[in-house]
Design a protein around this ligand. Sequence first.
Ligand code: IPM
Ligand code: MN
Length: 360
Amino acid sequence: MKLKIALLPGDGIGPEVIQQAVKVLNAIAEKYTHTFEYSKGLVGDVAIKEFNNPLPEETLKICADADAILFGAIGDPKYDNNPNAEVRPEQGLLQLRKKLGLFANIRPVHTYTSLLHKSNLKEHVIDGADLVIYRELTGGIYFGERKLSDDKLSAVDTCNYSVEEIDRIAILAFEAAKLRRKKLTLVDKSNVLETSKLWRTRVAEISKQFPSVKLNFLYADNAAMQLILKPTQFDIILTENMIGDILSDEASVISGSIGLLASASIGKHTALFEPIHGSYPTAKGKNIANPLAAILSAAMLLDHFELYDEAENIRLAVEKSIDLNITTPDLNTTNHFSTTNVGNFISDFILDDDNTFYNK
Ligand code: IPM
Ligand code: MN
């Protein structure tokens, strides 16, 4: 298969982890005789520096011409102490999601046997946890009208959802649940918010088309607690934009590190694949960032084009690196490996046909 992949490495550790993901994709291309062509675009702080625009036209064009987008990370600490900055790196990612109509963000969370005992959570609590968060990505409070009053003494953010926005992601989430353990949990604040009430009504309505899927509802505060009390109770979690952002960082603790969580953002046009982590500025240039989330995002990209064996091969290699403790410091306090070491191991493992070397 021939695929045109737009690379948007972004800020901080983004370029380092994307470099490893590309290395792994190249190993897959060689092993399975595919052609992956890459084109690079600027986004975030690096684009602001060059064009004073976090999402330059040129980058959008590269994305529009591609079959898929692989995204690194975004954000820079210099904006954190300046909340009133008019132009921020994050706007690049938010605009990209909106412009490409990427309304569904899919974030799988599961455990790795050899990391169970290292978790901050008790092993028996997380053992067997395997869930997928379906986060709505182009609506809600992230994209509602916002305003600071003229006297700067009050501010407003609005949360909007239309039936169409709820239905399209709900259908995707139910379809996914049907192929998994057939349980869907809608997380909202319908005891308080009008938008949440609309979500409940619509999702209950749509569930009639999916009689094999068991639907239940949780308030977001309770869901945050249940996620770490008993994560095995979840299969598919469906939720709106901001709640999904918060719960997915929390859920990464179940896997062992936020450096492990990949995601796919799909919608009307070209799909985008990205780690859920941020730009980790203090690690930039140190070759210590975990590349696994970016590498696993590349695996989700391959799944999207039904290259299932290829994607599985990446996941197998990732598991092997974790089993052998060939991991970065976030997962490994002793004898840790660099970002490059981990990427090299995974691509070598993929290319070593019988995996003879590493199985010794
Ligand atoms: C994420 C990030 C983004 C979000 C930021 C960078 C705007 O935290 O993808 O989870 O809030 O959606
Ligand atoms: Mn986030």
